[in-house]
Design a protein around this ligand. Structure first.
Ligand code: DOR
Ligand code: ZN
Length: 331
C-alpha cells in the first residue's frame, strides 16, 4: 500500500501548555487530530470548572486553520459530589498524579486512602479516572511495576469506574490490563519504539527523556505487539509534552517528549514496517470510541509512502526523532 487515509485520529493524552507555548504548538495537534484528551498539569493546575472553561477557550483560540475537539480533564483532588455533578458534562475524565511523580505534580495525591470518597462518586457518575501510574520515589525502572498493585486495588474496589493506565511502559502493565475489565490503557509513540538504551545507553539524549522513562527491549516489544494487533483496550495517547529547547538541553533537563506533529506519520511507518497497517485505525481512533463512546470530529488524514525528514524544531521545541528520515509523509 502506498497511501493510507486515517479517519478522525484521536490523541488520548496530550499536553498543550499555556501562553506562548500553547499558541505555538496546539495548532500542530489540531492539524492532524480530530479529538484529544488535554492534560491538566498546567501552572496552576486545572482543578476547578472556572479554570477549565478559560483553558478550553484559550485552547480553541490557539488553533490556527484547523479544528480539534479538546476533551478536557481536571487535576485530581478531593471533589464534592456537587462539584462533580456540575463537571460531568464538561470533562472527559479526572487525571490523578501521585505527588512529585512528574512535571507540575507537586499538588498531586500523597495518600490515596484519602481519595476514596472521590473515586466512589466518580464511579457513580461514570467519570473516568486517568492515572499517572508511578510510585514517585521508588527506583526509576520499578516505579510503574510498583504502582500496579494500586491499579489492581482500584480496579477491584470500583468495578464500574473506568480506569485508564496512562502511558504504560511495561509488559507487566499489559498483563494487568487483561485481568480487569474496567482497566484501559494508553501508550505513547516513544514507548512503542525506543528503550532506555536510546535515552541513556550512549550519549544522553534529552529529547527522549520522559516520565515514565523508556524501559527494556522486551517491554517495548510487548507494547508494540499489542498495538500492532489492535489490542482493544490499548489506545494511542501521545503524551506529547513540549518544553523549550533551553529547558531540555541543560542540566536538570525537563521530562517530556514532543511528538504531536510527527506521531501519525511515524506510527504509519512502524505499522507498515510490521505489516500491520490494517490495525492502525483501531489503535489511533476506533478503540477509544468503543471504550468511551464520545463524539468524533470528522477529519481525514492522508499519508503517502514518501520519505519525510522530521524537522529539527517546531517553534523552539525539538520533536521526537528530529532530523531522522521516515518513509511516510503527510499529503
Ligand atoms: O515526561 C513527562 N512530561 N511525563 C509527564 O507525566 C508529564 C509531562 C509534562 O507535562 O511535561
Ligand atoms: Zn502526560
Amino acid at each position: 500500500m502506498n497511501k493510507i487515509t486515517l479517519k478522525s485520529p484521536v490523541d488520548m493524552h496530550l499536553h498543550l501548555r499555556q501562553g506562548d507555548m500553547l499558541n505555538n504548538i496546539a495548532h500542530l495537534s489540531a492539524k492532524y487530530f480530530a479529538n484529544a484528551v488535554i492534560m491538566p498539569n498546567t501552572v496552576p493546575a486545572i482543578a476547578d470548572l472556572d479554570a477549565l472553561d478559560i483553558y478550553k477557550q484559550d485552547i480553541i483560540k490557539s488553533f490556527k486553520f484547523d479544528n480539534m475537539t479538546p476533551m478536557m480533564s481536571l487535576f485530581f483532588r478531593n471533589y464534592s459530589e456537587a462539584e462533580l455533578i456540575k463537571a460531568k458534562d464538561k470533562i472527559f475524565g479526572i487525571k490523578l498524579y501521585p505527588q512529585g511523580a512528574t512535571t507540575n505534580s507537586d499538588s498531586g495525591v500523597d495518600n490515596l486512602d484519602e481519595a476514596e470518597t472521590t473515586f466512589k462518586i466518580m464511579e457513580e457518575l461514570q467519570i473516568p479516572l486517568l492515572v499517572h501510574g508511578e510510585q514517585a520515589d521508588d527506583f526509576v525502572l520499578d516505579r510503574e511495576k510498583n504502582f500496579l498493585p494500586v491499579y489492581e486495588h482500584l480496579a477491584k474496589k470500583y468495578p464500574k469506574l473506568k480506569i485508564s493506565m496512562e502511558h504504560i511502559t511495561t509488559a507487566k502493565a499489559l498483563e494487568l490490563l487483561d485481568r480487569y475489565e474496567n482497566l484501559l490503557a494508553t501508550v505513547t509513540l516513544q514507548h512503542l519504539s525506543i528503550t532506555l538504551d536510546d535515552v541513556a545507553g550512549g550519549l544522553f539524549n534529552p529529547h527522549l527523556f520522559c516520565k515514565p522513562i523508556a524501559k527494556r527491549p522486551e517491554d517495548r516489544d510487548a507494547l508494540l505487539n499489542a498495538a500492532l494487533s489492535a489490542h482493544p483496550k490499548l489506545m494511542f495517547g501521545s503524551d506529547s509534552a513540549p518544553h523549550p529547547r533551553s529547558s531540555k538541553e541543560c542540566c536538570g533537563c525537563a521530562a517530556g517528549v514532543f511528538s504531536a506533529p510527527i506521531a501519525l506519520a511515524y506510527l504509519v511507518d512502524i505499522f507498515d514496517k510490521n505489516n500491520s497497517l490494517q490495525n492502525l485505525q483501531a489503535f489511533i481512533s476506533d478503540n477509544a470510541v468503543k471504550n468511551y463512546g464520545f463524539k468524533l470530529l470528522n477529519k481525514e488524514i492522508t499519508l503517502e509512502k514518501k520519505d519525510f525528514i522530521i524537522p529539527n524544531q517546531y517553534s523552539d521545541v525539538v520533536p521526537f526523532m528530529a532530523g531522522n528520515t521516515i518513509n511516510w509523509s503527510y499529503v
